[in-house]
Design a protein around this ligand. Sequence first.
Ligand SMILES: NC(=O)c1ccc[n+]([C@@H]2O[C@H](COP(=O)([O-])OP(=O)(O)OC[C@H]3O[C@@H](n4cnc5c(N)ncnc54)[C@H](O)[C@@H]3O)[C@@H](O)[C@H]2O)c1
Length: 405
Amino acid sequence: MKISVVGLGYVGLVTMAVLSDNGYNLVGIDTDREKIQRLQEGEVPIYEPGLSVLIEKNRKMIEFSNSYDSIKGSEYTIICVPTPTVNDRIDVHYVIESGKKANEIDPNSMIVIKSTVTPGTAKMLSEIINKDILSNPEFLREGNAVKDTINPDRIVIGGRAGVENFSRIWSFTNSKIIMTTNENAELIKYASNAFLATKISFINQMADLCEKIPGADIKVVADGMGMDKRIGRAFLNAGPGYGGSCFPKDTRAIVSFAEDVGVELSIIKCTVNYNEDRIRSLVNRIEKIITDKSSRIIVLGLSFKENTGDLRESKSVELIMELKRRGYDSIKAFDPVTSQFNGIDLFTEVETALEWSEFVIVATEWPSFSDFLKRVKDKHIIDLRRIIDDKTVKLDYGVGLNATN
Ligand SMILES: NC(=O)c1ccc[n+]([C@@H]2O[C@H](COP(=O)([O-])OP(=O)(O)OC[C@H]3O[C@@H](n4cnc5c(N)ncnc54)[C@H](O)[C@@H]3O)[C@@H](O)[C@H]2O)c1
């Protein structure tokens, strides 16, 4: 069976790689010519564990193209193009345009929307092109995308016709498949992201409280909460707030979507507002610790989370920019994947970075960082991710940890 994927970012490329590994012929379309050229030459333009190996292994099953013409003959066309939030509102025009184009090229190909879209988008496209559309929202986590696609917690497929047939292509996963309406499928995605984002803002507020209570430590509180099966430990790690290409835009989009239909999502609004203020309030705390603005500061980790090179809405970048804005003029960073970023000086070796620094700020939870930090005894450490468990390492500040502990 031939399947086309439109939009070759984190979602599209991983979907292609995993489906090709399960015996399907894949065609990937992207409007970015340079990206297609790099892919055709064997380069994988994003960092995602296991992705390059999988694409290389299945080269014979995969074709990359700039032209929508290549869609011809595909049973399914899976749309994975961006759905940015512009002025707090979702912009679905990439989805609509690519759906229309795909339909012009091959009206027999079933269109599947995998991009995150607000409820009613599949119906809108369906009315424009006058045929049924499937919704198949994606739940992968960057940094773990290949594993999540091979073994997802659940698969959600929405639509009026063809749902069961489409579900068969995912049978290799052995995951539970929810078959429902387009609108439920679209909303399950937003409700899930908004809930996870809310867990993060919730635990960060609890961390603020812990910092005021001698003897309290958010890590222990989160562990205690997480043992309750009704709560769960995931997404209860206090830190600099949520970033990345999904949570910030999706939470803003669902709040404004709800407003448009007359519903106030006040809980999600608080989550968003708190998260948007998080870096400013952490920098207020850092200013009390690093009083000399010419101190040499190294920020560890630039991506929005560990195991990815994705810098979109990264809290680490926001932190560095806010520190610079407040007059810290000797601030540099180290990231295991990113070695260049406009406006930020980056070290390529962590050892050199640490040697140079007086203050170390842990901004991203890369697994290697805690080992590096065990070896440096004479630095001031500000741990915004609480990765340092070693009691012999003295923290100048740890998120959610009272200074007298
Ligand atoms: N990244 C994630 O972790 C994640 C997880 C779940 C869902 N999603 C959702 O999936 C969608 C895609 O996200 P992503 O992170 O993979 O995006 P991305 O920005 O990494 O990649 C999108 C790709 O689409 C291409 N593109 C743009 N317009 C196009 C068009 N008209 N035709 C063909 N190609 C086009 C771009 O050149 C780019 O290569 C979004 O709706 C996002 O919210 C993302």
